[in-house]
Write a new protein. Structure first.
Length: 95
């Protein structure tokens, strides 16, 4: 059965997050009643996405200039981590 996208009828919120070599929340605080989040790697290194235990070995890679759209409510915390240095990650949440 195909997935039907739910339209955003409330608000959107854009955030910039600096992701480091330790698990970093993306964004620091979720938009209340969030239904979706778009994550964009605005940096020059790969960001690995996952839970609070994300590593470069088990995370979902997000290459530089790549984006990922996820249906996550505000109770789900998304984390990112880089192998070295930092990455500028932009998120756009919708409620």
């Amino acid at each position: 059965m195909p997935t039907v996208a739910m339209p955003i009828t409330g608000v959107i919120l854009e955030t910039a997050t600096t992701v480091t070599t330790t698990a970093t929340t993306i964004p620091a605080t979720a938009l209340t009643n969030r239904r979706t989040i778009l994550v964009y790697n605005n940096g020059s290194v790969t960001v690995f996405l996952g839970s609070s235990t994300v590593t470069t070995a088990n995370g979902v890679p997000l290459a530089p200039a790549a984006e990922k759209n996820l249906e996550l409510d505000d109770g789900v915390v998304l984390y990112g981590r880089v192998a070295s240095g930092t990455a500028d990650v932009r998120s756009l949440e919708g409620a």
